[in-house]
Design a protein around this ligand. Structure first.
Ligand SMILES: [Zn+2]
Length: 425
C-alpha cells in the first residue's frame, strides 16, 4: 500500500485530467479495472460533467524574478483556475491569493470546479514577501472536452445484490486524502479476488469525488436497486482513531455490522450520524432518490466543532510521511471482516419446541471451555423466532458472531433450524 501512495501522490489528479487518467491506468495494472467514460457536458441529474483541465504554466513575477512557480509545487495554482496572463496591481493579485493563516507554512489546496475563477495558493508566511506594487502573472490553463473516468471492478457473487466500495482518487499532490482510501480498497479487492465466491457481488469504484458518483449513478440508474449497501473509504491513514459515520437510515444491517466490527476490532473509535463526520460520496449514494444505505469510514474528527478533519487536511502537508501503514491495514481488516459477516448473516428460525436436549445432538458447551457461550445458550434458543438475524442475536446476547454462527450451524445440520434468506433492514 505504501508503494501505491508513493507512486501516485504527487501527480496532478484533478477531477478530469491526464494525471487522474494515469492514476487509474496505474491501478488497472494492479486489479482488473474497467474504465467507464462519461463525456464533458453530460447532464447528471442536476449536475453537468465539467471539462478537462490542463495546466502547463503558472507563475507570479515581480518584474525581475519569479516569486512563485507551480513547477515548485502543483498546489500553487488552484485546481480548475481560469487562464490569465497580465500585469496587475498588488491589491488585485491579493484578492486571488489563497492562504491558510492557521497553518502558515502549508500551501492550501484550492479548487473551483463549477465557478469561473482563478487563484494562486501560497504559504501564509510568504505573504510578507509581496512588497512590489505590480506583478506579472500567468496561468496557462486549458479547458477542453474530455471524459470523466470511473474505474470499476465487479467481483461477482452468488447473489445479484451488491455492496459498493468507493474511494475518490482526485485531489492533486495529496496522500492521505485520499490515496489512503484508494490503497485500502485495492488491497481489499486483491484479497477478495482470492476468496471463493461470496454471497454478495462487490462493486469497487475509484472516481473523482461527488461528480464521479453523480455521473456514474445517473448514467447507470438501472444499477441502483441492486446495490444494497455502500461503503465509502476516505482519509484513513493518518495518526488518529477510526471514525464510523452511519447511513441515513442509521439502523440497517450494514450499520449494525459496522458498529459490531468497530467495537470488536478497535480499542477506541468515533461513531456518528450521517453528515456529522464526513461529507463525501455517501451524500450521493445515500442521497435523495438513490437512498442506498451508505457508511463512511475515515479518521476524520467530528464536523462543526471548529478545527479541521485532521491537521494536514487539504494542504501541501498531506504527504506520504503522515500515513501509518498499520492504520491502512487496520482499515482493510475491518472492511474484510464486515463483508465476511454480511455474507454469512441470515435469519434463523427454530424447528424445535422446548429447550433442546443439547447433549443428544452434541450441542452442549462446557462452561470451562467457553463460559460466555455456555451461559448464553438459553437466551440464544429463545431468540430463534425468525425475527432477528445471527448478527442481531450475537450483539444482543453479547457473544462473538463467529462463535454463534458455528453453534447455529450445528443446529442447522441437525435440522433444528431453518435459515431464512434476506435480512430485513
Ligand atoms: Zn478532500
Amino acid at each position: 500500500m505504501q508503494k501505491i501512495i508513493n507512486d501516485l501522490w504527487y501527480a496532478r489528479r484533478d477531477l478530469i485530467s491526464d494525471g487522474f487518467d494515469s492514476a487509474l491506468n496505474y491501478i488497472s495494472e494492479l486489479i482488473p479495472l474497467s474504465i467507464i467514460e462519461i463525456p464533458t457536458g453530460t447532464e447528471c441529474w442536476t449536475w453537468i460533467v465539467p471539462p478537462k483541465w490542463s495546466l502547463s504554466e503558472g507563475w507570479i513575477s515581480n518584474g525581475g524574478e519569479i516569486v512563485l512557480d507551480v513547477s515548485d509545487h502543483p498546489l500553487h495554482v488552484m485546481s480548475y483556475s481560469q487562464p490569465i496572463r497580465k500585469r496587475i496591481k498588488k491589491e488585485e493579485l491579493m484578492a486571488h491569493i489563497y492562504t491558510y493563516p492557521e497553518r502558515p507554512n502549508a500551501i492550501p489546496f484550492g479548487f473551483s470546479y463549477y465557478e469561473n475563477n482563478w487563484k494562486f495558493c501560497i504559504q501564509h508566511n510568504k505573504l510578507a514577501e509581496f512588497r512590489e506594487d505590480n506583478y506579472d502573472i500567468c496561468i496557462d490553463a486549458k479547458f477542453t472536452e474530455g471524459t470523466l473516468k470511473v474505474g470499476e471492478l465487479v467481483i461477482p457473487g452468488k447473489s445479484k445484490q451488491e455492496i459498493a466500495l468507493i474511494a475518490h482518487l482526485c485531489h492533486p499532490s495529496m496522500a492521505n486524502d485520499n490515496l489512503s482510501g484508494v490503497a485500502v480498497l485495492i488491497e481489499t479487492a486483491l484479497e477478495l479476488l482470492k476468496q471463493s465466491q461470496n454471497k454478495y457481488t462487490y462493486r469497487f469504484l475509484f472516481l473523482p469525488e461527488a461528480i464521479g458518483s453523480l455521473a456514474y449513478l445517473s448514467q447507470n440508474e438501472y444499477l441502483i436497486p441492486s446495490i444494497k449497501y455502500a461503503i465509502i473509504v476516505d482519509s484513513v491513514g493518518h495518526n488518529d482513531v477510526l471514525s464510523l459515520q452511519h447511513s441515513r437510515q442509521a439502523n440497517t444491517e450494514l450499520d449494525i455490522c459496522a458498529s459490531y466490527v468497530f467495537k470488536d476490532e478497535t480499542l477506541m473509535y468515533r461513531e456518528g450520524a450521517i453528515n456529522k463526520i464526513c461529507g463525501s460520496d455517501e451524500r450521493i449514494f445515500n442521497g435523495p432518490g438513490v437512498d442506498i444505505p451508505s457508511i463512511c469510514i475515515s479518521r476524520f474528527k467530528f464536523m462543526g466543532k471548529g478545527g479541521w478533519p485532521y491537521p494536514e487536511y487539504h494542504s501541501s502537508d498531506d504527504i506520504p510521511d503522515i500515513i501509518i501503514i498499520d492504520n491502512l491495514v487496520e482499515t482493510k481488516n475491518i472492511i474484510i471482516k464486515m463483508l465476511d459477516i454480511l455474507n454469512k448473516n441470515y435469519v434463523p428460525k427454530r424447528n424445535f419446541k422446548g429447550p433442546i436436549c443439547l447433549s443428544r445432538y452434541g450441542l452442549w458447551v462446557d462452561s470451562n471451555k467457553d463460559r460466555r457461550l455456555s451461559l448464553s445458550l438459553s437466551d440464544i434458543m429463545s431468540s430463534l423466532e425468525g425475527d432477528k438475524s445471527v448478527l442481531e442475536i450475537a450483539k444482543e446476547v453479547g457473544i462473538s458472531f463467529s462463535d454463534l454462527f458455528v453453534w447455529l450451524d450445528k443446529l442447522h445440520k441437525e435440522n433444528l433450524l431453518r435459515r431464512q434468506s434476506g435480512v430485513p433492514d
